[in-house]
Design a protein around this ligand. Structure first.
Ligand SMILES: Nc1ncnc2c1ncn2[C@@H]1O[C@H](COP(=O)(O)OP(=O)(O)OP(=O)(O)O)[C@@H](O)[C@H]1O
Length: 291
């Protein structure tokens, strides 16, 4: 497992940022972490990087306790949300620091990316634009050659072309170097392109987690005449429901065939899933198997 958490919780004074989070992410995946603002995504990534310590429960990353020593730090790359860099150092200084501090540092890769992006090695990092700073931080994360790369909203500051190219580079690194990635983002289309595993956080709790293929094979949109969701078969778990006077539209999870001819059944997209799981559970139907 690249990441394993049991009953993980984090409180900042009285504010609860993560609650009873139990999670296993196998190696070799690109995992998308999504959820509304304040759901706890950065908190989870910071706990995995060892920058925060849990208030409850345990977390292991690549088999070790986050931040527990040089060996552990070498295994984990982390690019925080505000893409921190040293303003007074040049781009080249950053790459030299990367070389000095990381046992698996790939200098050729670092310079290749810097050249491709068009960053001047002599420029002070404090004079870079927000997007360029993000590119520098991401380059350091990839060239470190970690086993797992944790990225907190990595592409938010990048222009659309840079975003596409970065995600491409990331996928290449995953394919060539058996890198596992956990990245948070609000850009679901990007996640759809690069991820194969999904975690949805809502109000500090894990609302849903799974592999894309399995999620897409078990979720459906049903549209039909207005219907009380409590009359559905037991295997059909209602994730979201909306009704007009005459019509009901549901997003359900089931592993069984949908036999009721009154429903028109459609496949869903990852975006449909994310939006359904991100909406707050409604009082009745959600996450309860209807009786
Ligand atoms: N240093 C802190 N002190 C107190 N509360 C904090 C601190 N950092 C985060 N929180 C709170 O913890 C909760 C989770 O925050 P977190 O930053 O993990 O959310 P997020 O899902 O990353 O949000 P966003 O999408 O806005 O980046 C929020 O309610 C936030 O206000």
């Amino acid at each position: 497992m690249i990441l394993e958490a049991h009953g993980l919780g984090k409180k900042y004074k009285r504010r609860r940022a993560l609650t009873d989070c139990t999670l296993e992410i196998p190696a070799g995946h690109v995992t998308g972490l999504v959820g509304p603002n304040g759901a706890g995504k950065s908190t989870l990534l910071n706990l995995a990087a060892g920058l925060l310590t849990p208030t409850e429960g345990t977390i292991e990353v690549c088999g070790g306790r986050p931040g527990s020593g040089a060996e552990q730090l070498a295994k984990v790359g982390f690019v925080a949300q505000d893409t921190p860099i040293y303003a007074g150092l040049t781009v080249a200084d950053h790459l030299r620091l990367g070389y000095e501090l990381n046992p698996n540092w790939d200098n050729a890769l670092a310079y290749k990316r810097i050249t491709k992006i068009g960053l001047d090695p002599a420029q002070k990092a404090g004079k870079l634009s927000g997007g360029q700073r993000a590119q520098l931080a991401l380059t350091l994360g990839i060239a470190k050659r970690p086993q797992v790369l944790l990225l907190d909203e990595p592409v938010a500051a990048l222009d659309p072309l840079a975003r596409r190219e970065f995600l491409q580079d990331l996928m290449e690194a995953v394919a060539e170097h058996e890198l596992s990635v956990v990245l948070s983002s609000h850009l679901i289309a990007d996640l759809e392109r690069v991820c194969d595993h999904l975690i949805v956080l809502l109000e500090s709790r894990i609302r849903m987690t799974g592999e894309f293929d399995e999620l897409l094979a078990t979720h459906f949109r049903l549209t039909g005449p207005r219907r009380d969701v409590n009359t559905l078969p037991r295997d059909q778990q209602v994730i979201s429901a909306s009704h007009t006077d005459r019509q009901t539209t549901l997003l359900i999870r089931t592993t069984e065939p949908i036999l009721d001819p009154a429903w028109s059944v459609e496949q869903v997209t990852i975006e449909d899933l994310v939006l359904a799981y991100m909406s707050r559970p409604q009082t009745r139907p959600v996450l309860e198997v209807a009786r």
